[in-house]
Write a protein that binds this ligand. Structure first.
Ligand code: GDP
Length: 369
């Protein structure tokens, strides 16, 4: 029987096959650790050596336990969401767990949005969506964990709203929570020193406590996996293609009814009925878009998925979920959102269909731009 080994940093049971879960350490690191008698999980190793926080995902039950804890604390809750995948960022039922604590909603990755997008409109939209979810944030703001100069406002707001209390940072996986916290650590030098010198100030299985200068803590909690994110159907290489790294350059298509756009092999947009007009695609600049005739689109997809239409890659096609169709009748300027991938803006009345891999949502929202 295999011997059970525990991380000496956080106490997690060491495992070598699930990189996103608790206690993961690469096999080679485990062997080295065993030789020296000090086995750390990768999360603790990175925290110790690089002052870098790496998120782990929790199972639903553990996550519920953690959420329950939130209501019992007196703290500011910072809910990080990915503005590129707002629906995929929602923590289901968060409002039921937070008690009387204020929530600051932070929309991350603002760097990838086209400059033409009005930020006020986006925060207003986020606020409305939050209300629909039963959440009443004290404030909604946009930031980018990639751009230190975008972080100042966030730091000031956290200071203002925490009002001498602890801060819990929560978010589903992939929203950029770790990147954001790492940036916060870098920006607040005093804290950085504390982390370097101390032996994991408060790393436990399910959270990392970063000391603030008034005796309180900024607490990083693990993310929960949101199954409807496109990210879960793709490999690491494909994720690089679909996750925008730079400001998105909108792509404009003049289409007649009866035309189809393929977003790689991941999604499909059919213009079924309506006057000729322009459609604007907002997706990663690296994702290629193909235009074809609607009547030939099924055949085209069968023939080219994994080839001309990538991702998925040729070796992923067999495992890749089939595309599922959602039909919409559009009356005013509307975004058709392919969760985690981007959106297509429809500016005139039309009947359209959006297709996404089974399990991934296609939805509409009032146009952001
Ligand atoms: P976590 O699972 O929420 O901790 O997410 P990570 O911090 O691991 O980030 C998920 C992905 O989003 C990574 O590929 C990051 O590089 C990327 N990311 C994080 N913050 C930003 C940001 O502000 N802008 C952009 N463009 N990408 C970001």
């Amino acid at each position: 029987m295999e011997e059970e080994i525990y991380c000496i940093g956080c106490g997690a049971k060491i495992q070598t096959d699930k990189p996103k879960e608790l206690g993961y350490t690469p096999q080679s690191a485990l062997e080295k650790g065993l030789e020296s008698g000090e086995v750390y999980c990768q999360r603790c190793f990175r925290l110790r050596h690089y002052n870098e926080i790496q998120d782990v995902a929790l199972t639903d039950d553990d996550f519920l336990r953690l959420l329950n804890e939130l209501g019992k604390t007196d703290a500011l809750i910072v809910n990080v969401v990915d503005i590129f995948d707002f629906n995929g960022s929602i923590i289901p039922g968060l409002h039921r767990f937070i008690g009387d604590n204020p929530v600051l909603m932070v929309g991350n990755k603002v760097d990838i949005l086209p400059k033409s997008l009005k930020k006020g409109r986006l925060t207003q939209w986020m606020r409305e969506r939050a209300h629909e979810e039963g959440l009443r944030p004290v404030d909604v703001l946009l930031t980018s964990a990639r751009k230190p100069n975008e972080m100042q406002e966030l730091l000031a707001k956290i200071e203002e709203y925490r009002d001498g209390r602890d801060v819990y940072v929560v978010g589903v996986t992939n929203v950029g929570k770790s990147t954001l916290i790492n940036q916060i650590i870098k920006q607040t030098a005093g804290v950085q020193d504390l982390i370097t010198t101390s032996q994991f100030p408060g790393t436990t299985l399910d959270k990392i406590e970063i000391p603030l200068d008034d005796g309180h803590y900024l607490i990083d909690t693990p993310g929960i996996i949101h199954r409807h994110q496109m990210a879960h159907y793709l490999g690491a290489k494909d994720l690089k293609i679909i996750a925008p790294h730079k400001e998105i350059k909108p792509k404009v298509y003049q289409l007649n009814a009866g035309q189809t756009l393929f977003l790689g092999g991941l999604a499909r947009f059919d213009f079924i009925q309506g006057d000729r007009s322009s459609f604007i695609a907002y997706v990663s600049n690296d994702l290629s878009i193909h235009r074809t005739k609607l009547e030939k689109a099924d055949e085209f997809y069968q023939k080219h998925v994994g080839g001309l239409l990538q991702p998925p890659r040729p070796d992923e096609v067999d495992e890749f979920p089939e595309l599922v169709r959602f039909e919409f009748s559009i009356k005013e300027k509307t975004d058709i959102v392919f969760a985690g991938l981007g959106w297509v803006t429809v500016s005139k009345p039309a009947v359209i269909a959006g297709w996404a891999p089974k399990g991934v949502d296609v939805l509409t929202r009032k146009s952001l731009i």
